[in-house]
Design a protein around this ligand. Structure first.
Ligand SMILES: Cc1cc2nc3c(=O)[nH]c(=O)nc-3n(C[C@H](O)[C@H](O)[C@H](O)COP(=O)(O)O)c2cc1C
Length: 144
């Protein structure tokens, strides 16, 4: 059974909705899912997981949220993440996804294996957005 950690930050619930849809789909495919708000997560939750999905909306000016998610990512940067399968996701509003492109580069620089392009959804995930999250959850649960 694959062990999937889904760790996210969300202020108004949009990224949380994505996390829940990913989690539900992965569970229905038989994965053991550890779904955590980043404030309740430790880097051990990442290190012990077979697969990791990290979620954060675009905050600041195309940046990661800086009180909880950014320190969490910085703490991970001291660890061995080589070849760790990882997916990134998050909600945004008026931007063009720059925060996600930079986040992908940052995580790739740590040696993680991004399983897909970062999944970005504008504001609250609509039916199509939820479906994209569902597909990501299925994919993560079935990684070989
Ligand atoms: C302080 C603040 C800064 C933001 N900065 C950006 C930004 O740079 N680019 C963007 O596309 N959206 C930006 N947004 C919009 C959020 O990414 C968007 O509302 C998102 O849906 C929030 O996700 P959440 O419900 O998971 O908190 C910002 C929102 C806030 C409150």
């Amino acid at each position: 059974m694959k062990n999937l950690a889904i760790i996210y930050w969300s202020a108004t619930g949009n990224t949380e909705k994505m996390a829940l849809a990913i989690a539900e789909a992965a569970k229905s495919e038989g994965a053991a899912v550890n779904l955590l708000e980043v404030g309740k997560a430790s880097k051990e939750d990442v290190l012990k997981a077979d697969i990791v999905a990290l979620g954060c909306p675009s905050m600041g000016s195309e940046e990661l949220e800086e009180e909880e998610m950014l320190p969490f990512i910085e703490a991970l940067e001291g660890e061995n993440l080589q070849d760790k399968p990882m997916a990134l996701f998050g909600s945004y509003d008026w931007g063009d996804g720059q925060w996600m492109r930079e986040w992908e580069e940052r995580m790739s620089g740590q040696g993680v294996k991004l399983v897909d392009e970062g999944l970005i959804v504008q504001n609250t995930p609509d039916e199509e957005g939820v479906e994209a999250c569902t597909q990501l959850g299925i994919k993560l649960a079935n990684l070989s």
